[in-house]
Write a protein that binds this ligand. Sequence first.
Ligand SMILES: Cc1ncc(COP(=O)(O)O)c(C=O)c1O
Length: 394
Amino acid sequence: MPSTLSDTLRNLPPYVFAELDRLKADARARGATLVDLGIGSPNLQVAPGIIRAMAAAGEEPTSGAYPPFRATPGYFDAIADFMHARFGATVEPEAEALALSGAKEGIAQLVFALCNPGDVVLVPEIFYPVFARAPLLTGAEVRWVPMRPENDFVLDLDAISAADRKRAKILIANYPNNPTGARVEIDFHERAVEFCRRNDLLYVSDMAYSELTFGGRPAPSALEADPDREVTIEFHSCSKTFSMAGMRIGFAVGNHDAIEALAAYRTNVGYGTPTVMQAAATYALNHYAELVPATVAEYRARRDAMMSAFHAAGWNASPPPASMYLWLPIPEGTDDWEWVRTLIDEDGIVVTPGMAFGEGGKGYFRVSLVRDRDTLARAAATIGARREAMLQRA
Ligand SMILES: Cc1ncc(COP(=O)(O)O)c(C=O)c1O
């Protein structure tokens, strides 16, 4: 086989998570036991009804056949019912929805389907990696949209230059947000939809954390701001909402032409999404109102357990309104990697440096709420004490 990677793959910027993996491996080789709050992989049990639905689908005589390219009839219906019940959005699922093996591959495939080399994609300056890596893999260019703490991590669309507006094809937004835990109200989506209409862009809304909000106010869908689906496509995922990350199931919904483009790309590279997973996700979406509250309550309790321990350690960190992450400032006077390395090497706690989410994340670190409350509270007490020690030293 040829000995080198393709130029595009070779020229991608280094993956910060690879460096984190190296630090973890080194610590483990030295005999350390780590509490890994780095990756956002859910540790909650999948609801029994979801498992039963998956098992029943597996027992169907044709469960081993290729799935339909777009979605099973049951999953189409579940997507339409969920979008209507949860967001008041009316969609024609056969024309405006698509099953995906996760939002991540869908977002990448949409970019591959739409972008030519030299096109521009507008990406939040603090971003889930695929938002930038997919454009770079196609030879498209990324322009960063400011996303600042002083603006509660809401994208500043006004800051996008006239030249970038003209060249751009896609605007990507992600609320509720990974990693910052920020959320937006419908007025943001209205501004984004208007921005995309005026500048002839596609608005890609990533709602992987759609249900994980803590204030009692559910997060709005971008489709609520674009009822005719003129410029908007939205990505949903069962990974976090139903703790089904390992089952790889989600969906895209919205603008018909964007769905067609995504379907066209997918038809060339795959066979659709496994039927048994669509059956599991159909059950999940059809029962979201019963299943989601316990998950949200658990993440909320975990968040609060950590915040209490931080406060007890003298740190008045603010709790995020959404997501399954804490996004916290690195102690003043400490270098980002030094902070992360110290927590791993001295305290056996793995967190993610904010830089893993782009230059905009510098000066922050992310904690994933993927352990039980007691473990998280103990980790927070340790992190709080370590922060105090670093501040004293600085
Ligand atoms: C913002 C965001 N979008 C998408 C995903 C991936 O979703 P899926 O598991 O459905 O591919 C993640 C996972 O962490 C995420 O944080």
